[in-house]
Design a protein around this ligand. Structure first.
Ligand SMILES: Nc1ncnc2c1ncn2[C@@H]1O[C@H](COP(=O)(O)OP(=O)(O)OP(=O)(O)O)[C@@H](O)[C@H]1O
Length: 219
């Protein structure tokens, strides 16, 4: 068995004496989509934050490709999409991507980033004219601009209708099949359909054996 790309061991996060994440351990393999599923306040975003290196865990440890993502991001190519998503009024899709590329070391060509998420040909479309689904996919394209091979996604299709949500899931599956490792958080079991594995979070803990029987992937 290969080494996991993301490895979380006994991790905890405490805010002002309250545990948001408690003793969580799991791994995500190369090219795997892993979903963290749980109700509001379960600790999903906090767990994504420590896995992506945005926040240091209070206890335990996190490794991404063997490195501490909080301390040592230099060699990592990770991307994230947070729930709010980007708002880019007045810019075309190409302008949004080009702006992002300017802040990125060794960025992907803009058309390549857009092609990866199925937005090829949308370069000239003003951001405001994109459908909500395409706006989420543009967020995903931006997360890929740094040639990311690990993605952290907080509710990547929140607020979308069922068909759009499934489309986003298909795009994520395509990325995973190309070797991208994906950890996503969601409140919605149907948003988890694209995952290879689902971990249930409840009050900061991963429920033992909590990979539920609800339909995944083939659903
Ligand atoms: N920066 C913070 N300071 C204090 N408490 C926080 C902070 N961030 C999160 N919390 C608390 O930690 C707990 C877990 O929050 P978190 O946002 O990780 O849950 P979640 O599962 O992502 O919920 P949701 O689905 O509503 O986003 C909650 O009780 C929340 O109030």
């Amino acid at each position: 068995m290969g080494v996991n790309v993301i490895e979380v061991s006994g991790a905890g996060v405490c805010f002002g004496g309250r545990d948001a994440v408690r003793d969580v351990s799991f791994g995500v393999a190369e090219g795997e989509v892993c979903a963290l599923l749980g109700p509001p306040g379960a600790g999903k975003t906090t767990l994504l934050e420590i896995a992506s290196g945005m926040r240091r865990p209070t206890s335990g440890r996190v490794r991404v490709r063997g490195a501490d993502p909080y301390e040592d991001r230099a060699g990592l190519r990770t991307g994230a999409v947070w729930r709010e998503g980007g708002l880019f009024p007045g810019l075309t899709v190409a302008e949004v991507v080009d702006t992002w590329r300017r802040w990125t070391l060794d960025p992907l060509p803009g058309d390549e980033a857009l092609r990866l998420v199925g937005l090829g040909g949308c370069e000239g479309v003003p951001f405001e004219r994109l459908t909500p689904c395409a706006q989420r996919l543009l967020d995903l394209a931006l997360a890929l601009v740094g040639r990311s091979d690990v993605l952290f996604l907080d509710e990547p299709s929140a607020g979308l209708d069922v068909a759009s949500s499934r489309h986003v899931g298909s795009v994520l599956r395509g990325l995973a099949e190309d070797g991208v490792t994906i950890l996503l958080a969601t409140r919605d079991p149907y948003e988890a359909w694209c995952a290879d594995r689902v971990g249930i979070l409840d009050r900061g803990r991963l429920v033992p054996g909590g990979d539920p029987a609800w339909p995944r992937r083939a659903a």
